[in-house]
Design a protein. Structure first.
Length: 485
């Protein structure tokens, strides 16, 4: 009988939710759902200096916003807070002591100064920087002496030299790493008593019965270290799957230093990106469904996701491409949902002047041209403006013409057609008629009307614009303009 898949995302709360972490979370989530397994969220908070509650909140909010809800937590009954590591400090220490009692780990009293001197010496000799395992064989007198000096030991795990650690990676295939490249006996518990990542992660993955460890390729070396720990603890290895890294368009790593907030999910959330677009974009960045489809929802990805279709090659994060997905979702998600999401971006306008149905109409006409919902504020500003400001060149060039004044007068005479709740098509038809009456068409006909109503010559569908603005706004805007012509 095969056991149910159990997978996890294990971010450290030392930064905001990174787009790479979000993609790894997504692949874990999809794997769990596809195999009717369990998806877990564990915060790896053992870095006391850099961990911050603010980052925890950002990560939790970001994953939830993307719809990547996890299935378990330290409490009974959801919605679950994530598992954390800091409350397990004693447990990790106990296990480290077990390794010591089995002769697989030891207390190491080397001071930071000694280690620094060793590193310098190795560098000067052109040798690889590594711990030389000098603390393995201390006599009890030496230990006593160090204790009296006030040295507080770390716990190091003995790394077997001259051996190759190998595994079959579910994405990368066969991987081999020589233990000589691991850096010598490794610290598993710091002198503060806090377990280091490579140790805590193994203990937790064992405790939580993880069947698969799906994570970024930057952890491949750590996996070799962790395999040694699994073996020492007598535990079965999970399946490892390393997701390729994501680079920018210049093949540089996506880093906060180079890209600032553009590597954080929270930025996209603030800027009015749709979670559906981010999920779709990130899913397909290193994975292609068998049917080759490009556009799909989270739910649609579940039945087709598997690790064997995840690419081995590095991925490229291209914001322009993400924008394309975002425009698609802004245009195609239900209007009422997009309106709910758009309203916070319009908060500085007097929204009460329109009914909910009219606000939906505004969103409906404007959303066609948007890349992100943040843009809706400018794109729809003329609907809310008390006065339309027309650029001087436009006012002088276009509106000084007699034909323009004739058109605008005729629009004003037709207000009954543009009465509240008018049909956009009827409004447009009336404009066409005016054109026929005056022998004008194309931009000679449309531009003066658009300029008067919107302050520019391009914009959303004219019929819909007239219908939404309604007779009072149309009249006051045209009159204000005619006074100046
Ligand atoms: N805390 C590690 C990270 O954020 C987790 C790696 C893993 O999944 O084991 O990269």
């Amino acid at each position: 009988m095969t056991s149910k898949a159990r997978v996890r995302i294990a971010p450290s709360p030392t930064g905001h939710l990174h787009v790479g972490t979000a993609r790894t979370a997504l692949y874990n989530y999809l794997y769990a759902r596809r195999h009717e397994g369990v998806f877990i969220m564990r915060l790896e908070d053992t870095d006391e200096v850099r961990s911050d509650e603010h980052f925890t909140e950002d990560i939790v909010a970001g994953l939830k916003w993307l719809g990547l809800n996890w299935d378990e937590g330290p409490d009974i009954g959801g919605p679950y807070p994530p598992y954390t590591q800091m409350e397990k400090t004693d447990h990790y220490e106990q296990i480290a002591h077990k390794l010591i009692s089995q002769g697989k780990a030891y207390f190491c009293y080397s001071t930071p100064e000694e280690l620094e001197a060793l590193r310098e010496e190795q560098k000067a000799n052109g040798a690889a920087v590594r711990y030389d395992n000098r603390g393995r064989h201390l006599s009890s007198e030496q230990v006593e002496k160090f204790r009296l000096e006030g040295r507080v030991p770390v716990i190091r795990f003995k790394v077997e030299e001259e051996r190759i650690v190998s595994w079959h990676d579910a994405i990368k295939g066969e991987i081999q790493i020589h233990t000589n490249d691991i850096g010598g006996d490794m610290v598993i518990v710091k002198s503060s008593g806090i377990a280091v990542y490579n140790f805590a992660v193994v203990v937790d993955d064992v405790d939580m019965k993880m069947t698969h460890v799906i994570r970024g390729e930057d952890h491949i070396h750590n996996t070799a270290k962790q395999i040694l720990l699994y073996e020492a603890l007598g535990e079965t290895l999970p399946v490892f799957a390393h997701v390729p890294l994501m680079f920018d368009m210049e093949r540089q790593k996506l880093s906060k230093r180079k890209h600032g907030e553009a590597v954080h999910i929270s930025k996209y959330r603030k800027d009015g990106y749709m979670p559906e677009a981010i999920v779709n974009y990130l899913a397909q960045i290193s994975w292609t469904p068998a049917d080759g489809k490009e556009l799909f929802t989270l739910e649609e990805a579940v039945p087709c996701f598997d690790l064997d279709r995840v690419s081995k090659s590095p991925a490229v994060f291209d914001v322009k491409r993400l924008d394309w997905f975002n425009s698609h979702y802004i245009r195609s998600l239900p209007l009422s949902l997009i309106t709910d999401r758009a309203l916070p971006y319009l908060a500085q306008y007097d929204l009460s002047q329109y009914s909910r149905a009219q606000l939906e109409q505004i969103v409906s006409v404007v959303r066609e041209g948007l890349t992100s919902l943040r843009e809706i504020k400018d794109a729809s500003s003329f609907f809310f403006a008390d006065q339309v400001i027309i650029p001087v060149e436009l006012a002088e060039g276009l509106l000084k013409k007699e034909s323009s004044r004739n058109i605008l007068n005729k629009v004003c005479e037709s207000l009954a057609v543009f009465a509240n709740e008018a049909e956009p098509r009827a409004c447009k038809a009336r404009v066409e008629e005016i054109g026929k009456e005056l022998g004008l068409k194309g931009k000679d006909l449309y531009w003066p009307i658009r300029a008067a109503l919107c302050g520019c010559t391009s914009g959303p569908d004219l019929g819909a614009t007239l219908a939404i603005l309604g007779p009072d706004r149309i009249k006051s805007r045209i009159e204000a303009l005619l006074q100046h012509c």
